[in-house]
Design a protein around this ligand. Structure first.
Ligand code: 5GP
Ligand code: MN
Length: 329
């Protein structure tokens, strides 16, 4: 059932032990919204835990509030009367965390992906919100009208900053700047976030980036761009799979590119595809066609059981179709 934030706030106030879950392959918005909401609930006196069902890339750990996030194994055997899923467009995105749920759909789903399937008991999805953390901030103001701690504010700013590409994307509007100003008033600082996310590459990571550019293919006068990183590349550079985070932006930094993809094989045999568009192509449609989801300008999907070469061909074919449709040719 669709619900407004007032109804969701009422439901959450009735919780005694709440679990807030973000998605696998977490990004700043998944981590910020899960940790931020759990801490908001704790300020209300509710016992709340934040869970990310996957490895958390090391650089997020530089933001102090992220230390509340737990893995699935640490939370097994605890009974939760309320489950909230954030920033996840379908139930498969919560991975193994589903094992922690009571035997029913999540009580509350809060999201901003246009592809959200509405898999909770109460669902709030605002595709116009630049980040799930924008929605958590609105909910936070209902639950804690006198404001909340700087730690929570910084977690929410993390999600807003990362999902907007540090206030660069087309969905950055007055609402985003107003939320950022409020969070800043609560004590959130952008500098530690920028340092943790943008200025934290090792030399090995930069070497991995140059490996990626060796595999870059341009088509249609450079309007389509795709590249890959195989598991061998990571091993050769001494890098872990999460170190390619942000690399897709480097592909999109090329002037000619309208639509881009990066295929990352990590671990061996598992391929994750990041899709981005500068606006004319809807990559959420491409991702859906390939079994994934996301936003019109940023989406993704995963493959298992096919080779990198096969995956590249599948993705390239959808990119060509998407560009044709987007340009109306
Ligand atoms: P990224 O390229 O950063 O992994 O993902 C871009 C966007 O697409 C994010 O909003 C993310 O939540 C969504 N996304 C990425 N991979 C998948 C996937 O496999 N399934 C779904 N439903 N969404 C995805
Ligand atoms: Mn998000």
């Amino acid at each position: 059932m669709k619900a407004d934030l007032g109804t969701i706030a009422e439901r959450l106030r009735r919780a005694e032990r709440a679990l807030v879950v973000g998605h696998v392959r977490p990004d700043g918005d998944a981590i910020g919204s899960a940790a931020g909401l759990a801490l908001i609930l704790r300020e209300l006196g509710i016992e709340a835990e934040a869970c990310i069902p996957d490895h958390i890339p090391r650089h997020y750990r530089y933001i102090p509030g992220t230390s509340v996030v737990k893995g699935v194994n640490e939370l097994r055997g605890q009974g939760f009367d309320t489950v909230v899923v954030v920033d996840s467009s379908d139930i498969s995105r919560v991975g193994e965390a589903a094992e922690l749920f009571p035997n029913r759909p999540p009580d509350v789903v809060i999201d901003h992906h246009i592809t959200n399937s509405g898999f909770g008991e109460l669902n709030f999805c605002d595709p116009n919100a630049a980040a799930t953390c924008m929605v958590i901030h609105e909910l936070g103001k209902i639950l804690l009208p006198h404001g909340y701690s700087s730690g929570i504010a910084e977690l929410l700013l993390l999600g807003i900053a990362t999902d907007t590409g540090f206030f660069r994307h087309a969905d950055v509007d007055e609402r985003v700047f107003a939320a950022a100003a409020e969070l800043s008033r609560y004590g959130a600082r952008i500098r530690p976030i920028a340092e943790a996310i943008l200025e934290n590459r090792t030399l090995n990571t930069v070497r991995l980036l140059s490996e990626m550019f060796r595999t870059l293919v341009l088509e249609e006068e450079g309007r389509i761009a795709y590249a890959y990183l195989a598991e061998e590349h990571f091993r050769k550079c001494g890098c872990e799979g999460d170190e390619a985070e942000g690399f897709i932006s480097e592909i999109m930094s090329l002037r000619s590119v309208e639509v881009g993809a990066l295929l990352v094989e990590w671990p061996k045999g598992e391929i994750h595809v990041s899709l981005r568009s500068k606006g004319r192509v809807d990559v959420s449609e491409i991702a859906l066609a390939l079994g994934g989801g996301g936003h019109p300008r940023a989406a993704g999907c995963s493959f298992k059981g096919i080779s990198l070469q096969e995956a590249l061909e599948l993705v390239a074919r959808e990119l060509r179709k998407g560009l044709k449709k987007g340009l109306g040719t």
